[in-house]
Ligand binder design. Structure first.
Ligand SMILES: [Fe+2]
Ligand SMILES: [Fe+2]
Length: 191
């Protein structure tokens, strides 16, 4: 499936939530620009970013069905509900859209938490999700820095997210280094 068709499907899926769709569109725009700056395939960046929050409005039962279908061993109870959509998003991308590119799937999977040794595509989606133009909290200087130094920007966002998660006492989340995701994906033939 090509990008315009995927975009139309996600737009339809999110039609009841225009604010979330504007965020997705902002993420796609920023990811496309970052892909150009970092010599990454723009089409892949746009596909990964348009899909990153596709399951966010789905009911818990649907998210859990998707998570268990792709990651049978995933200990969902150890993770805040806020990140379920990233895990379930892999299932949507694979089963509903037919994506098999592991880089795109990992970019969706890690868009909220990040992880160590992210690919450039993963970094682009992670950064764009956090800093795109509709994010009211986004630091303008950090947004500008993203186009100059992607790695520094990833570090800054991870630092901020860790503080946020710690403030919520979500100690079960080990931001940036949860290999359980990666193992589950490769077990399921995510390459
Ligand atoms: Fe998200
Ligand atoms: Fe997002």
């Amino acid at each position: 499936m090509e990008y315009p068709e995927i975009r139309n499907l996600v737009a339809l899926k999110m039609s009841a939530d225009p604010k979330r769709w504007r965020h997705v569109e902002g993420t796609v725009r920023m990811a496309e620009k970052l892909a150009l700056c970092n010599h990454v395939d723009c089409n892949k960046a746009m596909i990964a970013s348009v899909l990153h929050d596709a399951t966010k409005g789905e009911p818990d039962e649907m998210l859990l069905m998707r998570i268990h279908r792709q990651f049978g061993s995933f200990r969902v109870e150890n993770y805040p509900r806020k990140i379920w959509h990233a895990v379930a998003g892999v299932d949507y991308a694979k089963e509903d859209i037919g994506i098999n590119d592991s880089d795109i799937l990992n970019a969706i999977l890690f868009h909220t938490t990040g992880r160590e040794n992210m690919s450039i595509l993963e970094k682009i989606v992670f950064v764009s999700d956090y800093l795109e133009e509709t994010r009211a909290y986004a630091d303008i200087a950090l947004r500008k820095q993203a186009y100059v130094d992607l790695d520094k920007t990833v570090e800054a966002i991870l630092k901020r997210k860790k503080e946020y998660v710690e403030s919520l006492h979500c100690k079960a989340v080990s931001l940036g280094s949860d290999m359980a995701f990666t193992d589950s994906l490769s077990e399921k033939g995510g390459n």
